[in-house]
Design a binder for this molecule. Structure first.
Ligand code: TEU
Ligand code: CA
Length: 558
């Protein structure tokens, strides 16, 4: 199978927050269709759609009650088919979000499974007897708070849910369940979908001994060693590849918290017949404290560069990297890794984009990243929607592990709703996202940060992303070149080069708000400056270059 996607750029849409076409305050499929030309202008090749399927929206669509029906709030299957057709006409591929570690508890399979112990669908999920004292089978905590087990009175058993109690985990040991999943995947592939982003796909194989985990501050146990990268995960992925993906030109990316580069070699190896690439979490986990992202600590650029280098070198020639700064679960990149002040927002956004897009791998752009959207700081908890945030607030503040102020500060820094405030299309009412009342308040800075303003400003972040995307299409060295980091121990700058035959591509970025001088062993004037976020590029005097705060530039040497 050719890797047709090797020079492709993926744009992630979180439909609920992208564009509302019928003014109910919720983004929808017709809203996406309206904006396909905008995305074509940006130059992206593939759109990853966060889940559009029928769902009670306990976790905004990551709790699916019917894999082959469109969520009522998002529209109809006919509208979906029209969007897919329109995208194809524009040469844009559609990648769907495959959420098969769990379903919604309102899925027909679970509704049957919980009827009785001998229901044919019982074994589609993970049910276990209470311990002799009636307590849960293990001490594991769930990602969205509380125990990972929910007691069912009717059958006197617990079911496993590693996320919310409305997201029961599927039992991948069950062959019939797996075959139903593969059949569903073929349904979408037959429609012309080009692939899948696979939600927490390295969680689908559990250690069936179900041992207790190390006790955490929350009082629950850490079950993660027993459900990440489990004993049969590669068997299942190879079976999925064989049963569902073979015969189609697809792109697949596995979302994999807790995956190492060594494990990723097995998931993405060309001869493995598993996945094309994975999303790891090492960079977005930087600074996680003992309460994870809710107790954020300082992180250093040296650590960040070491992570990028590990993955660039580790997967070179044996696998393939995905490249991302943010998504619907992560804070906005400029606020997290750049500088969202008035002075440096756009410049640091361009610097971050340069540092990421010139790496080896497939870049992913999250909606709004291309116009420099930032984190939001709602002061009223009632403005937040994400169950992860609200449950964590109740658990951590409720157990006196964090004060109200500490929790709000952590939500402002790392909460998922930072990425889920509506896309900012204009400075009109409700940022042009809706004429109704948005399901979540809009970031007040929409009056300055919006698509209309970006398209009118030739120096906007939008056109910078457009240029970066065009460079990837024009210069094979960006796709194929070998990665070499320079000055790995410098705490302010990230310098690396890509080498392909005699060509060298030098990528020079300053992650700090300080002016930095450093010697390099090339003369920039002898190269071709392909892109720069300040004027015509970087000043150099003999060997010494001068990098302005958040300056970035790329030079090609033939
Ligand atoms: O996220 C998996 C996951 O681990 C997230 O919970 C992430 O680690 C956390 O939100 C970071 O703070 C996937 C989806 O992307 C997420 O939206 C879903 O809530 C989750 O799985 C369950 O489907
Ligand atoms: Ca709508």
């Amino acid at each position: 199978m050719t890797s047709w996607w090797k020079d492709a750029i993926v744009y992630q849409i979180y439909p609920r927050s992208f564009n509302d076409s019928n003014d109910d305050g919720i983004g929808d499929i017709n809203g996406i269709t309206e904006k396909l030309n905008y995305l074509k202008t940006l130059g992206i090749d593939i759109i990853w759609l966060s889940p559009l399927y029928q769902s009670p929206n306990d976790d905004n669509g990551y709790d699916i009650s019917d894999y082959q029906a469109i969520m009522d709030e998002f529209g109809t299957m006919a509208e979906y088919d029209l969007m897919l057709k329109r995208a194809k006409e524009l040469g844009i591929h559609i990648m769907m979000d495959l959420v098969v570690n769990h379903t919604s508890d309102e899925h027909a399979w679970f509704q049957a499974s919980k009827q009785s112990k001998d229901n044919p669908k019982r074994d589609y999920y993970i049910w276990k007897d209470p311990l002799p004292d009636g307590s849960a089978p293990t001490n594991w905590g769930a990602a969205f708070g509380g125990s990972a087990w929910e007691y069912d009175e009717k059958t006197n058993q617990y079911f496993l849910h590693l996320f919310s109690k409305k997201q029961p985990d599927l039992n991948w040991e069950n062959e019939a369940m797996r075959q139903d999943i593969y059949e569903m995947m073929r349904f979408w592939l037959e429609k012309g979908v080009s692939g899948f982003r696979m939600d927490v796909i390295n969680m689908i194989s559990k250690d069936r001994h179900f041992p207790d985990g190390k006790l955490l501050k929350t009082g629950y146990g850490d079950g993660s060693p027993y459900y990440f990268n489990g004993p049969k995960v590669h068997d299942y992925l190879q079976e999925m590849h064989q049963e569902a993906l073979t015969g189609y030109q697809t792109i697949t990316v596995g979302e994999m918290p807790n995956v190492s580069v060594e494990q990723a070699k097995k998931y993405t190896g060309k001869d493995r017949q598993e996945l094309d690439m994975v999303f790891h979490f090492e960079h977005v986990g930087l600074g996680d404290g003992e309460l994870g992202k809710w107790s954020p600590e300082d992180w250093s650029l040296i650590e960040l560069k070491a992570i990028f280098s590990t993955w660039q070198e580790g997967l070179d020639a044996v696998g393939w990297n995905s490249l991302y700064w943010s998504n619907h679960d992560q804070p906005r990149a400029i606020s997290r890794f750049g500088n969202d002040s008035e002075a440096y927002r756009v410049r640091s956004g361009k610097m971050l984009a340069t540092a990421l897009h010139m790496l080896k791998g497939t870049p992913y752009i999250f909606q709004g990243e291309e116009i420099g959207m930032t984190n939001v700081s709602f002061n009223d908890l009632a403005d937040y929607r994400d169950l992860e945030t609200l449950n964590a607030y109740d658990e951590l503040v409720g157990k006196d592990l964090l004060t109200n102020e500490e929790m709000l500060a952590a939500i402002h820094a790392r909460g998922r709703d930072n990425a889920r405030t509506p896309m900012q299309w204009s400075d009109e009412f409700q940022a042009g996202f809706t004429e109704g009342t948005p399901w979540i308040p809009i970031n007040p800075n929409y009056s300055d940060i919006n698509v209309v303003a970006a398209l009118e400003d030739e120096n906007s972040l939008f056109y910078y992303y457009q240029q970066l995307i065009a460079l990837r299409k024009k210069y094979p060295i960006i796709v194929e070149g070998r990665y070499q980091v320079l000055y790995p121990d410098h705490e302010d700058i990230y310098l690396y080069k890509r080498v392909l035959d005699k060509q060298e591509l030098w990528v020079l970025t300053n992650f700090s708000d300080k002016k930095v001088f450093v010697d390099i062993d090339v003369t920039l004037a002898e190269g071709q400056c392909l892109i720069a976020n300040i004027g015509k590029g970087i000043k150099q005097k003999e060997a010494s270059i001068e990098l302005e705060p958040y300056q970035a530039a790329v030079y090609l040497f033939d």
